[in-house]
Design a protein around this ligand. Structure first.
Ligand code: FES
Length: 253
């Protein structure tokens, strides 16, 4: 069993984010599951396109009750998803964490418009495609002095589940992030015939198997298919692998 949660959130908190109460914590285990502390809500989140087929919002699905603590599958092979059933040992899962512990903004590019700025670190892309809804967010931001266009920029950035995209107010230099309550989501992506990552919202601390704590952010996506090259984070590989969790109401249904 992984270490219990520490009393303090001993990690850097990303600009625009806020640490969740310390009872919430996710511990990565070596080649094994996520251990979730604090019993946050866990709900399926279906990517839902608009009439033009672009990712635009989420529809909630089944809710799962968590034990304290709860072990969630990280290898993608459990027969009891979203929970771990020990299959990681049977399949010889290599869950080596290869992601950087550095803040996400360290590797981000910045796109400046007249009123809004978008920071973008593509290493964290979860391939959810909310950045194209009413036009590419990188082009929209250049016209952010138009109120409707600015609204689209804020919508598209905040619906990016991984936090790859973050909107800022140019004049004040302050992030424009709508803080989420601590909650977990199982992303389902019917348009790409795949199931996606574990969506961690609301500043829940994520502790590496070596005890380090990743930067705390309002929106994070953790790989639950086993295919990411940027573990523990999702890198969008679930889509090309067409990985499906087989849960009721999921992409196959
Ligand atoms: S869930 Fe996205 S790469 Fe594994």
């Amino acid at each position: 069993m992984a270490n219990p949660p520490s009393a303090d959130n001993d990690a850097v908190v990303s600009p625009g984010s806020q640490a969740a109460p310390a009872r919430y914590r996710i511990v990565i285990t070596t080649n094994g599951p996520f251990i979730v502390h604090g019993q946050p809500p866990l709900v399926q989140q279906f990517i839902t396109p608009d009439s033009s087929g672009h990712s635009w919002t989420y529809r909630t699905g089944q809710r799962f009750e968590l034990d304290e603590p709860a072990a969630l599958c990280r290898c993608g092979h459990s027969q009891h998803k979203p929970f771990c059933d020990g299959s990681h040992k049977r399949v010889g899962f290599d869950g080596t964490e290869t992601a950087s512990l550095q803040p996400i903004l360290d590797g981000a590019k910045v796109f400046d418009g007249p009123t809004l700025r978008v920071s973008d670190n593509p290493d964290y892309c979860a391939n959810s495609r909310f950045c194209d809804g009413h036009g590419s967010v990188w082009k929209l931001v250049l016209r952010s002095d138009d109120p409707q266009t600015a609204e689209y920029v804020l919508h598209e950035t905040h619906h990016c589940p991984s936090g790859r995209l973050l909107a800022w107010d140019v004049a004040s230099g302050v992030p424009l992030e709508a803080l989420d309550a601590p909650e977990l989501g199982l992303i389902e992506d019917p348009p790409s015939q795949s199931s996606g990552p574990l969506w961690v919202r609301g500043g829940i601390a994520i502790q590496s198997a070596d005890g380090s704590v990743y930067e705390i952010r309002n929106r994070v996506t953790l790989c639950r298919c086993g295919h990411s090259q940027n573990k523990p984070f999702c890198d969008g590989s679930h889509a090309s692998a067409q990985w499906q969790d087989g849960l009721p109401g999921g992409p196959e249904a």
